[in-house]
Design a protein around this ligand. Sequence first.
Ligand code: NAP
Length: 505
Amino acid sequence: MNFTPHGKHLIAGDWVAGEKTFPSEPATGPAHDFAVGTPELVDAACEAAEEAFWTYGYSSRAERAKFLNTIADEIEKRAEAIAQIGSQETGLPEARLNSERGRTTGQLRLFATHIEKGDYLDRRHDEALPDRQPLPRPDLKMVQRPIGPVAVFGASNFPLAFSTAGGDTAAALAAGCPVVVKGHSAHPGTGEIVAEAIHAAREACGLPEGVFSLIQGGNREVGAALVQHPRIKAVGFTGSLGGGRALFNLCAARPEPIPFFGELGSVNPMFLLPQAVASRGAEIGKGWAASLTMGAGQFCTNPGIAVVIDSPEADAFINAAKEALGGVGPQTMLTDGIAEAYRKGRDRVAGGTGVRELLATSCDLRNATPYLYETTGENWLANHELGEEVFGPLGLIVRVKDADEMRQIARSLDGQLTCTLHIDAGDTELGQSLMPILERKAGRLLANGFPTGVEVADAMVHGGPYPASTNFGATSVGTLSIRRFLRPVCYQAMPDALLPGDLRG
Ligand code: NAP
């Protein structure tokens, strides 16, 4: 089948064209024209979202669960076309698009089951104590309520699982919040077909038009207008530190500041403890190379830094990583801009003081090949920019003198999505001394694994101190992500008939 996008926005139930268009820039296949977004369309979508909130924000959990499940069904119905256009636009293989589709529909269904159980509401009740001295206590009930319309920025590197119907959208809809998506200009056709699925599900479930809108990009004014729109009450974002920070600042500068849940950069350091390196250094090296090059390294959890104590065993780890990385050919990146940014990042690392090249390859156009560099712990500590993310398959090994220098490296880290320990039983003491430091640095700590591959589950945390995320108390993956779009409300001495449905009875 051949899917040809019509190139329109979806504004509150209507497909809207525009005078100006921008062309998509697919890795393969034909380019298509898409309507450029405007602040007027942002306004129309946000006003409709506010209007829809008066219904959707008071819908039952069963109604919203049905909507989420129906979106998943409608996405499955379009599976073939989604894989085709998604692969053309992003350069990711169709097999990856298919597995990401499974993750997206699984996420929607998991959230449906989760809200039906109701635990996420964190309902609390302090019964009245009329005879308490010196003062009586009133009856107090608390429940989490949806916050209002939410803006979502799709991520370039997850065109399905973190884009139009991805984690942020699923979480906001599960909470009871209408959503306005700013489509990512790297995959506008994929965004369009997924929006068609949401549109069909909304109609099938009889929900108001303003529950979901998609505004295509092609103009930076759209994102700025969206986060500043007075009807928008929170933002979900995955992308670059620069873009995220600019939008975060706009949210903070609004007359009514709103939370900006941005998931930005992370280098996801791995700490290789000596006994683990001695017993299986080469195996860890091979595993690291596979994790680092998966999806051309375009994962926010890509483990870009490995910290290892200098020893002959460390050489076995380094040689195995180098050999495995040397066998990986060029991979297509998501956009020309991301490929260019990768090469700039490579030049920055390669030109850094005290950095030694271990594996030099060559890539151009929209391709990435792996690079491997090494530096000393002392040099790392003196050059803070070596800790900045390079989005792509580039690894940097930090060779430290001893355990003390390893702890200093840990202390020097910026906020991370993940930190990993490779550890054997003989390393326990050093591991114990690192844990209190790493716990303050990252949202997820792993032992003997690799951070790529984020499970969508109840206990998952995909977030961390800045700059990993702009809100370290939250996660953007897993059922806890729904909490971002809720706020607690306390009802004091309130008659039952006036309480929200979730508190009645
Ligand atoms: P991006 O440039 O930050 O763009 C993300 C979204 O925000 C897009 O919709 C973009 O609009 C919009 N945007 C960015 N800056 C804006 C501004 N100043 N005003 C209004 N809107 C703005 O991220 P990207 O395109 O996904 O990738 C570029 C870089 O992001 C990569 O090289 C990589 O370093 C990083 N990245 C990190 C992660 C991660 O998970 N940590 C994931 C993906 C990418 P347009 O569509 O108009 O560009």
